[in-house]
Design a binder for this molecule. Structure first.
Ligand code: DGJ
Length: 725
């Protein structure tokens, strides 16, 4: 619910469990007065104290009043160069060379429904949403700033976006345009970030804020394996089920920055948005710039509630899944089984082994096009390699379909190898600086997706491929970071726009696939989880979570990912052992339990399995279908922390709380292990549940728990299905 008090210029956003408030003061500076557990209302600006603080300057209109300073006030969208020395939200350069942005409130608008953003991903939906737009202006600069707020009450979600418009007649340069600024009048908070590396993404790291600025970001051109555009601030004692926390997520797939500053008077400011590194966007007169959407959730009851609210909001209001409401097939992908070394018969063999086990989608990975026999050549040439696949997809796809399977295809549209027809014809279509040797990544260069003609070419080639056969799925891969960022199509003063225009170009192409192939399921991928962000999820409702398919490492990766992204978005496959990434041997049952907790598939040659293994796989596929609704739409509960506990446990609980699937994986075994009793979560305390043929009250299972069997051997797993009577 949005309440606009026009007389006092007080704006209060209520969600089911939280309240967010802003107020324009007598100087029309927009102050942030509150964000926390839901309260009845009132004007929370009484919390702000005005004191003379040395070296905190006072704006001109305050005269000699020394107690009013932007340096000490909690701001809704911090300005720059006018006496607030904390993190700015907006930095501009005006035609006279000044770097001052002084924003004052000039008006507001309230609308039913959710605003949309042109060319950028955004949460969507109808009547459940309300929108508030606050208009700010820097009169001297002729600069208007529109702050957008979307309120999804049931999920405690508050989205924010910002539009900046040059209303003058001279250009304005933007050096920073954050999506969100969040001021707290307390600094005793912890910051949690989700970090890692290729094949080990999104591991949570938590530390108390120390004085000064700290944060994470990416300057790799993608959101990256190393840090994720999702962070959490929380009270020091906050855990899964208690404590106050705030999640901040950016719907953006390029360079981002999330910084928290613990300030001199023990306040905290979080600023998140496009990374200012090599960002300089010129706004011509009347031109506007839209900063990507951010999505905030405050949970007064710990991380678990925050995650479930994000999951529900993402599932219903961000994913555009062509198979929503239907059952997605379990897939088999040939990558780890063959790498580049395959032909049509080999692929059909793999599919033939998979089909009788209930696997319904065959995905042909990298290596099917151009001269792609290794990762040194072929990227950019999107026509079928006739040596490997004689007769093309027109010949292969019917053979797969004859087995009762649908067909999916790997693509990497943003890249080119120098050894390709495309590069030989258009060497200037890549990002790269004339006169400098180009930096290669995986022996490939990056196409300049800021250019429409480059995107048009790639799209028409891929559209022809997709139209040549019955293809129901694509895996959109992206296998290097951006470097040598310079576009031959832009003038010198606009080179600071290339990183952002590249991301907009990727979104544009993804949108074209959506528009022209509405039934195509798209899975995102960037060397696994290098672009696992909410921006991509708007276009690709599932993302290959990591190139690491080891079940035990995956427990950690999927645990971290679950803090804001729902399990149904995490591509997860059973692969062969010893594992291709770390050599670990895990039981097939355990690999199945871990992978079926996401967008489930296999990535191995099932023709090489024993009869006993095939029976296990057949059961896994059947179990996945049996539990499908629970895993896709249920609420997710983390029951342990794999970074601390000797076992990892989690549960999917149906929204009516009548069913649950509890999964447990143990670590490496020791003799005489301790007894472990697992306390369940999310059940209805007043219902009785059947577990392994015995009935228990929900409150007993949650308070007293359920004893886990003694592990025998490393990395064992247990699945418990609970149904209410
Ligand atoms: C990286 C992906 O994450 C892998 O799954 C595979 O598709 C390779 N690229 C293919 O080059």
């Amino acid at each position: 619910m949005i309440i606009c008090d026009e007389t006092n210029l007080l704006f209060t956003l209520h969600t089911k469990n939280t309240t967010y408030q802003m107020k324009a003061d007598s100087y029309r500076v927009l102050l942030h007065t509150y964000y926390g557990p839901r309260i009845s209302g009132g004007d929370l600006s009484y919390l702000i104290q005005y004191t003379d603080r040395g070296f905190s300057p006072n704006p001109g209109e305050a005269g000699h009043c020394r107690t009013y300073s932007l340096d000490t006030l909690p701001q809704e969208y911090s300005s720059c160069g006018v006496g607030d020395f904390r993190l700015p939200s907006l930095e501009t350069e005006l035609a006279d060379g000044s770097h001052i942005t002084d924003l004052r409130f000039i008006g507001f608008a309230r609308q039913d429904g959710k605003y949309a953003l042109d060319g950028l991903p955004a949460f969507f939906g109808g009547g459940e949403w309300e929108t508030l737009i606050l208009f700010l202006e820097d009169t001297a600069a002729h600069l208007r700033v529109e702050l957008y707020y979307g309120v999804l009450e049931a999920q405690d979600l508050i989205t924010r976006a910002v539009r900046i418009v040059n209303q003058g007649n001279r250009p304005i340069r933007l050096y920073q345009a954050a999506s969100v600024c969040l001021d707290f009048q307390r600094g005793d908070l912890d910051l949690i970030t989700f970090d890692g590396r290729h094949v080990m993404e999104r591991c949570p790291h938590r530390a108390p804020l120390r004085p000064g600025v700290q944060g994470v970001g990416s300057i790799r051109g993608t959101s990256s394996h190393q840090h994720n555009p999702f962070v959490v601030l929380c009270e020091p004692g906050t855990g899964e089920d208690s404590g106050l926390c705030w999640g901040a997520m950016l719907l953006y797939s390029g360079n981002f920055q999330a910084q928290a500053e613990r300030s001199q008077f023990e306040g905290c400011r979080l600023v998140m948005g496009i990374n200012p590194h090599h960002f300089c966007y010129t706004l011509a007169p009347n031109e506007g710039f839209t900063a990507p959407e951010a999505a905030l959730i405050c949970s007064p009851n710990g991380f678990s509630q925050m995650s479930r609210q994000y999951h529900r909001a993402i599932r219903k209001h961000l994913l555009r899944d062509p198979l929503a409401g239907q059952r997605k097939p379990v897939l088999i992908n040939n990558w780890e089984a063959t790498y580049f070394d395959f032909d049509a018969d080999r692929l059909v063999q793999i599919a033939q082994a998979a089909a009788p086990l209930g696997i319904g989608l065959f995905v042909m990975d990298d290596g099917w096009f151009g001269s792609r026999d290794s990762d040194h050549s072929g990227l950019g040439d999107w026509s079928v390699n006739q040596k490997k696949l004689p007769g093309g997809l027109e010949a292969l796809v019917p053979r797969i379909k004859a087995l009762g399977m649908s067909f999916g295809l790997w693509i990497e549209p943003e890249m080119v190898n120098e050894d390709s027809q495309l590069y030989r014809e258009h060497p200037d279509w890549v990002l790269g600086i004339p006169g400098r040797a180009q930096t290669r990544g995986r022996s490939q260069l990056v196409l300049d997706f800021s250019r429409a003609e480059v995107r048009d070419h790639i799209y028409s080639a891929l559209r022809a491929v997709l139209s040549s056969a019955d293809i129901t799925y694509i895996k959109w891969d992206m296998n290097r970071s951006l470097s040598d960022v310079w576009s031959a199509a832009l003038p010198t003063e606009r080179q600071g726009e290339v990183y952002h225009r590249y991301v907009l170009g990727v979104y544009d192409l993804l949108n074209r696939f959506h528009r022209d192939f509405p039934n195509l399921l798209m899975e995102g991928c960037s060397g696994g989880g290098g672009r696992f962000d909410a921006g991509m999820l708007y276009y690709t409702p599932q993302i290959w979570c990591s190139d690491n398919t080891d079940a035990i490492d995956r427990l950690h990766i999927q645990y971290g990912t679950s803090f804001c992204y729902p399990p149904c978005t995490m591509g997860a496959h059973v692969s062969s052992v010893p594992n291709e990434q770390n050599g670990r041997v895990t039981p097939l049952e355990t690999r199945g339990v871990v992978a079926m907790s996401g967008a489930f598939g296999y990535e191995m040659d099932l023709g090489k399995t024993t009869q006993a293994e095939r029976e296990i796989i057949q059961k896994q596929v059947a179990d996945y279908h049996a539990y499908y609704q629970l895993i896709q739409d249920g609420d997710y509960y983390r029951l342990s922390n794999p970074f601390q506990d000797p076992f990892t446990a989690w549960a999917h609980v149906s929204q009516d709380q009548r069913q649950a699937l509890v999964s447990v994986v143990t670590g490496s075994v020791c003799a005489a292990p301790s007894f472990v009793t697992l306390r369940l979560k999310g059940l209805d305390p007043s219902l009785r549940y059947q577990v392994n043929g015995v009935s228990y009250p929900g409150d007993v299972l949650m308070q007293a728990g359920y004893p886990l069997p003694m592990p025998w051997g490393d990395y064992q797993s247990v699945q418990l299905y609970l149904s209410a009577q």
